[in-house]
Write a protein that binds this ligand. Structure first.
Ligand SMILES: [Zn+2]
Ligand SMILES: [Zn+2]
Length: 202
């Protein structure tokens, strides 16, 4: 049910005039896309980390019913979690649009990017090459294995599309690059507690 929630909130923020939008142009659309992307990384990291606190965890429990994810996990959230996620994105964009009108197309493009990458990120299939995290793209964007580790181990690797905030705040799994390479070589971890670089937790 998450996609209709995003669409309804997006429409509501646009139609109510809360998001001030200007004449569409490529630079405005790209700028809005980048702003939405950067803010969502921050908002998702902060709200996701907060929802791992026991006081807020009830909101996030639904999503963690999958220890091994499937593409369907990418749409398995409580109503509260989806409202927090999307209202946080659109609320900030509405405030930013008071400084400069933004592009509806840019926000829409971000949501398309989010739906595609989030589905791939939960597909439990490592489509990136081995040693991806050491490549140029891998230093910018997460791989499916990165988020699969969050579900398998329940903590750390909180980032959405990038690992930057996990790296900045020390919440990365230290063996995430190794696990990614093993998954890409069709030699994935064999049980949820396996820790290739460190002590086996089974
Ligand atoms: Zn989580
Ligand atoms: Zn997830």
């Amino acid at each position: 049910m998450s996609t209709p929630i995003h669409a309804l909130l997006f429409l509501g923020f646009i139609e109510s005039g809360w998001i001030a939008h200007g004449p569409e142009s490529l630079p405005l659309a790209l700028g809005t896309l980048l702003l939405t992307f950067a803010w969502t990384e921050i908002w998702h990291y902060a709200s996701h980390l907060a929802m791992h606190h026991r006081w807020l965890h009830a909101i996030h429990r639904e999503h963690h019913k999958s220890r091994l994810t499937t593409a369907w996990t990418s749409v398995s959230f409580s109503l509260g979690e989806k409202l927090i996620f999307s209202a946080g994105i659109l609320g900030f964009i509405a405030l930013a649009s008071r400084l400069h009108p933004l592009s509806e197309l840019g926000i829409f493009a971000y949501y398309i990017l989010y739906f595609v990458t989030n589905t791939l990120g939960h597909a439990n299939f490592e489509f990136r090459e081995p040693e991806y995290r050491k490549s140029f793209m891998g230093r910018i964007f997460n791989s499916p294995a990165y988020h699969a580790m969050h579900h398998a181990r329940y903590i750390r690797n909180y980032g959405l599309l990038t690992p930057w905030l996990d790296q900045l705040f020390g919440t990365c799994w230290e063996d995430e690059s190794e696990v990614q390479t093993r998954a890409a070589r069709s030699q994935p971890l064999t049980h949820l507690g396996e820790r290739p670089a460190h002590k086996d937790m089974r």
